[in-house]
Design a protein. Structure first.
Lengths: 113, 112
């Protein structure tokens, strides 16, 4: 069965610190990979996606992620976080022909001002 | 830009009651997905529709049913509600399967 694993469940950083959130997936076929962000009390918003092509993808708000096929990983990075980045971050894999999303457990990011 | 609309935003029900959640996709989106997010948990896929036909099914209880109508909106019907059904229910729409999914604000269901 497909699964997504996020290594960090709760991350606390100071403003301007660099961020890297780990995501590994298990899926044998072609994958579509996503990072979604959920701000407190809000719905899921797409940060970035990987379908094919350049494995380094850039998203909104200065986020980027790198797809490493050999490691089944899709880690999220940001060079300098802001207090407004405080949120829950979900890695997800688009699964099968229907594209249903399999989510990781989520990482709560708390940025201290 | 138009987004995915879900109604109601909040719903309070008693055990064994029924509930109907509605989802209106982004115009021209023909695919709808339903997810359930329990407190402190990741969203779990329930069911999806493409062109008004069920396309995939996940961990959806038999007490739940759903359909997609001719105008592409979808409804999730939940019967014999249990305390454990209390969760945030998200709908997402996309322009075809395996495309980017855009999420609605969710319906928060509380079963008392």
């Amino acid at each position: 069965a497909q699964s997504v694993s996020q290594h960090n469940h709760h991350v606390i950083l100071s403003e301007a610190a660099s961020l890297e959130l780990g995501c590994n997936y298990s899926y044998g076929g072609t994958v579509n990979l996503f990072w979604y962000v959920q701000y407190p009390g809000q719905h899921l918003q797409l940060l970035l996606k990987y379908f094919s092509g350049d494995p380094l993808v850039k998203g909104i708000k200065g986020f980027e992620a790198e797809f490493i096929k050999s490691k089944f990983s899709f880690n999220l990075r940001k060079p300098s976080v802001q207090w407004s980045d405080t949120a829950e971050y979900f890695c997800a894999v688009g699964s099968g022909n229907t594209g249903k999303l399999i989510f990781g457990q989520g990482t709560t990011l708390q940025v201290k001002p | 830009a138009a987004g995915v609309i879900q109604s109601p935003r909040h719903l309070i029900k008693e055990k064994r009651e029924t509930a109907t959640l509605k989802c209106y996709p982004i115009p021209r989106h023909d695919t709808v997905y339903w997810y359930q997010q329990g407190p402190g948990q990741d969203p779990q896929f329930l069911i999806s529709f493409y062109e008004k036909m069920q396309s995939d099914k996940g961990s959806i209880p038999d007490r739940f049913s759903a359909q997609q109508f001719s105008d592409y909106h979808s409804e999730l019907n939940m019967s014999s509600l249990e305390l454990g059904d209390s969760a945030l229910y998200f709908c997402a729409s996309s322009e075809g399967p395996r495309s980017i999914q855009y999420f609605g604000a969710g319906t928060r269901l509380s079963v008392l």
